[in-house]
Design a protein around this ligand. Structure first.
Ligand code: OFO
Length: 176
């Protein structure tokens, strides 16, 4: 059925996302940004978690899981800012893929899949916000200047930065 095929395709896209984060992580490591690389490597694992959630869901629904080859990641970025612009664009593209499955499940009145996909809708809000905040921070740190002190501090911070961004639903007036 079309929805099972779309879920299988999304499962591979999440694996592809992991490869993208791995390759960008390796590239930033080669630029001397070990903390930033660590962050991107951890994020690669998060993408593998997304892949696993979809795999489990396909199994639970009694459909066939099709594990296929993962496409190669795109070529290396040309600069640190370019890297994070590409990370952000990747997340926007992924959100659009998620929305297609949500739409499909709505049209097919498959409410279980529609409900399952809401986790990904919420997650993509956070993924985009995280990618955008990293891009902004890299710009503020003037990441194109290799000897920027701000970039050095940001790189150190990213080594221990939380992997997730706080979701808007958890904000309160006391703790915005
Ligand atoms: Fe799986 O969220 Fe990023 O790509």
């Amino acid at each position: 059925m079309a929805l099972a095929a779309a879920l299988n395709a999304q499962m591979t896209k999440e694996a592809h996302a992991a490869q993208i984060y791995l390759s960008y992580g390796a590239w930033v490591a080669s630029q001397g940004l070990g903390g930033t690389a660590n962050f991107l490597f951890r994020h690669a694992q998060e993408e593998r978690n997304h892949m696993t959630k979809i795999l489990e869901y396909i199994l639970q629904r009694g459909a066939e899981v099709k594990v296929i080859a993962i496409p190669a990641p795109p070529k290396n970025p040309t600069s640190v800012i370019d890297c994070f612009e590409k990370v952000f664009q990747h997340e926007v593209d992924n959100t659009n893929e998620i929305y297609k499955i949500v739409k499909m499940s709505f049209e097919e009145e498959d409410w279980a899949t529609w409900n399952f996909m809401q986790w990904f809708v919420k997650e993509q809000v956070e993924e985009e916000a995280l990618a955008l905040s990293l891009l902004d921070k890299m710009k503020i740190a003037d990441a194109e200047k290799k000897n920027s002190n701000a970039l050095y501090s940001l790189d150190r911070d990213l080594e221990k930065a939380p992997d997730d961004i706080k979701s808007a639903e958890d904000a309160t007036a006391e703790n915005p």
